[in-house]
Design a protein around this ligand. Structure first.
Ligand code: FE2
Length: 376
């Protein structure tokens, strides 16, 4: 059965035991944070924000914090081998370790989630410096991924205690990236529903959309997906699992190369996808190729849109419509050599859904890439 109804989640807000105010930051564990920071600044237009490492009293790792509008990335690398971060990179390659969520009360977030079965990652800890205090706590989610709850209402500094401001004369222009729209997790066979239950029971999320393998299949491969949203809709986590098809699902390829469950893609919002993607392509970011045939029929499916079709086709931007409006979206190729994490760039024009009408074109494009790697 396929259901595609967006539920009304307004009633959930009043009883929300875990009020979230969006994504605070995403932390990537990477093999070389200095170079990764340069890549994200140069190609995606992030600015230098903060730094932690031996110079700030952290002896076993370095972290570079970069930001663009409401988007904050932390890039962390271990300085030695006998280190959990080094183990993480050995196992998974570069990838997302932390999806940090903004809260008013990190202790309450920890108490409420752990009492509902959330597995402790970090007990509440108060970090202080001259700019005030930040309270952090954290729980585990799928794979080795974690959620950290960040309470920064009493902090005036650039990022958090332990970090110093990172001033840099190298300031590439912004590409118009605004904030995290959603973060997608890939989980193993038969693991989607247990993780849906985790987000429902432990974090108070609702399942707002479901896609079965009839919705998301091509001639060769299939997957299933459920979209989880918190009460106010600021935080949305689609969860994918592979489904049986003639060939290997893209989710299986991810699980093989990430060596387990993890974040498949981070979707980042823009107000002008044509300008953003034009700039990203100019700076060397590669996106999935969409065949010309997609654009021959897309307007029959989605109806009138404000944009000219030609620039969207030139860039490979996909279009979809739901009851509330339409959306424009495009998917990068993996950002690492392992075919694991990629980004989506999305511009919503009313639509609150995730581009169901594009799944087939998108997955066929992914399969061509998968086939070229010999993994289909
Ligand atoms: Fe997405």
């Amino acid at each position: 059965m396929s259901t595609t109804t967006l539920s009304d989640n307004k009633t959930a807000i009043a009883t929300d035991f875990l009020p979230l105010y969006g994504t605070d930051y995403i932390e990537f564990y990477v093999g070389n944070a200095k170079q990764a920071a340069h890549f994200y600044k140069t190609a995606f237009g992030f600015e230098s924000l903060a730094y932690a490492g031996p110079e700030t009293g952290i002896m076993d790792k370095v972290s570079y914090v970069i930001s663009q509008n409401k988007l904050t990335f932390v890039l962390t690398t271990p300085l030695r081998s006998d280190n959990l971060i080094a183990d993480h990179i050995y196992k998974h390659g570069d990838g997302v370790k932390v999806i940090a969520l903004k809260v008013d009360d990190a202790k309450s977030a920890f108490d409420e989630t752990t009492k509902r079965g959330g597995k402790e990652y970090m007990k509440p800890v108060v970090l202080k410096d001259n700019s005030g205090e930040v309270v952090l706590s954290g729980i585990h989610t799928y794979g080795d991924t974690v959620h950290i709850f960040v309470e920064r209402k009493n902090y005036k500094g650039v990022f958090m205690p332990g970090f110093r401001e990172w001033k840099s004369n190298y300031k590439p222009e912004s590409t118009g990236l605004l904030y995290v729209d959603h973060c997608v997790g890939n989980v193993g066979w038969n693991q989607m529903n247990p993780w849906v239950k985790f987000y429902e029971e432990v974090m108070g999320f609702k399942n707002i959309l479901s896609f079965d393998d009839k919705d998301i299949s091509t001639e060769y491969s299939a997957l299933m997906s459920k979209v989880m949203s918190n009460g106010n809709g600021y935080v949305k986590f689609p969860i994918n699992e592979p489904a049986e098809g003639k060939k290997k699902s893209q989710v299986e390829e991810y699980l093989d190369f990430y060596n387990g469950e993890g974040v498949q893609h981070v979707a980042i919002a823009t107000n002008d996808i044509v300008a953003t993607v034009t700039e990203l392509q100019k700076r060397g970011i590669e996106f999935l190729n969409i065949p010309a045939s997609y654009y021959e029929t897309v307007l029959d499916r989605v109806g009138k849109i404000d944009e000219d079709l030609a620039p969207l086709q030139k860039l490979g931007v996909l279009i979809d419509r739901d009851d509330e409006g339409y959306l424009l979206q495009i998917f990068s190729k993996p950002l690492e050599d392992r075919p694991t994490l990629f980004f989506e760039i999305i511009q919503r024009k009313g639509a609150q859904s995730f581009g169901k009408g594009n799944f087939k074109a998108l997955f066929e494009a992914l399969e061509r890439e998968q086939d070229a790697r010999g993994n289909l």
